[in-house]
Write a protein that binds this ligand. Structure first.
Ligand code: ATP
Ligand code: MG
Length: 316
């Protein structure tokens, strides 16, 4: 556990934080500190934004949580901001009830897991109130991915042939996709299974989102792709897959978003490919099991490229 004393003493001397007790420090990064605290006799969470854009990120996170709270329904929730301290870029928020979706999925049986995944798809669909078609700047993402991959060039544990082949396929998809119109919406921005909490209320599953900053429209498929790749990390490897992701997971998350247009399907494939490689390289460097799982998913992703490209030909 991170030493709670690492939270800045100056922050805790803030007049609005008198009496706050830090129970545990969950993140102690260069961009943010996150702590579970005791506030007004209740458990709450403190997030202190750090670094160059701390002020803007704090403001964006507070605004986004307030905005999302107005949109969400009974079963689809976001945490409530309790205190917004602009002068120290700190947000105190209510605790999300239940368990992180990742933990809830790991302990659930298959049927229950798919029900949770489907609810996560519904949660996202509920959050995105306005959708619009915007051009997808595939080369921009592609360039970033190539630069990212080049940082691992001297890592001998990386299968350079696999990465090289994957980037060739990514380039083919990029050529076909660039500036095609795809569905954009103000989404979560970091939609993954540790940023959504699941609580049971009788037969109902209440989902609560945390960790939101994005207020700009992004491709909706980017958030879907991120969640799918996170879910794939914990999934049993199977052969029935879609874009490298186990088909039941893929279908359960995407179903609440209705029929997917051809360009969106290709953009979803693109972002899944991007995130599979990111996970293979970065997280896989720390956890060999992730590398193994991601390389199987990448192999499948590559083998499904031709069919997806064919389906998208000339269709908008
Ligand atoms: N309001 C909350 N209720 C319950 N748990 C919370 C809350 N806020 C934060 N946490 C816990 O703290 C963890 C880190 O918080 P948060 O996701 O905001 O930080 P982060 O550094 O942006 O995380 P990451 O980059 O890993 O997504 C969460 O994964 C969650 O376990
Ligand atoms: Mg998070």
């Amino acid at each position: 556990m991170i030493d709670p004393a690492k939270i800045s003493g100056r922050l805790l001397q803030h007049p609005a934080l008198q009496g706050v007790v830090v129970k545990s420090l969950i993140r102690n990064g260069t961009r943010q500190q996150v702590a579970e605290i005791q506030h007004d006799d209740d458990t709450a969470y403190l997030k202190c934004y750090l670094g160059t854009y701390a002020a803007q990120r704090h403001e964006a996170a507070c605004a986004r949580l307030r905005q999302a709270a107005d949109i969400m329904s009974v079963e689809n929730q976001v945490v409530r901001p309790l205190l917004e301290l602009a002068d120290c870029h700190t947000l105190i928020m209510s605790p999300a009830p239940g368990l992180p979706m990742r933990d809830a999925c790991v302990t659930a049986d298959t049927q229950r897991r798919l029900a949770i995944v489907r609810r996560a798809g519904e949660w996202l669909a509920c959050l995105i109130t306005a959708r619009e078609q915007r051009p997808f700047f595939a080369w921009k993402w592609h360039q970033k991915l190539v630069e990212f991959a080049s940082m691992f060039q001297s890592d001998e544990t990386v299968d350079a042939t696999l990465v090289g082949q994957h980037l060739v396929h990514m380039e083919q998809v990029t050529r076909r996709l660039h500036v095609r119109k795809v569905c954009h919406g103000v989404s979560h921005g970091d939609f993954h299974s540790e940023n959504i909490f699941v609580a049971e209320d009788g037969d109902r599953l209440i989902l609560t989102g945390i960790d939101m900053e994005t207020a700009e429209p992004i491709p909706v498929v980017k958030d879907l792709a991120r969640m799918l790749v996170w879910l794939q990390i914990d999934a049993e490897p199977g052969s029935d897959r879609v874009s490298g992701i186990n088909r039941p997971l893929f279908n359960s998350l995407c179903a609440p978003h209705g029929p997917v247009a051809a360009a969106d399907r290709l953009a979803l494939h693109f972002h899944i490919g991007e995130m599979l490689l990111e996970f293979y390289l970065r997280r896989g460097a720390r956890v060999p099991e992730i590398r193994r799982k991601m390389s199987l998913a990448i192999e499948h992703w590559m083998s499904s490229c031709a069919a997806i490209l064919r389906d998208c030909q000339g269709v908008d």
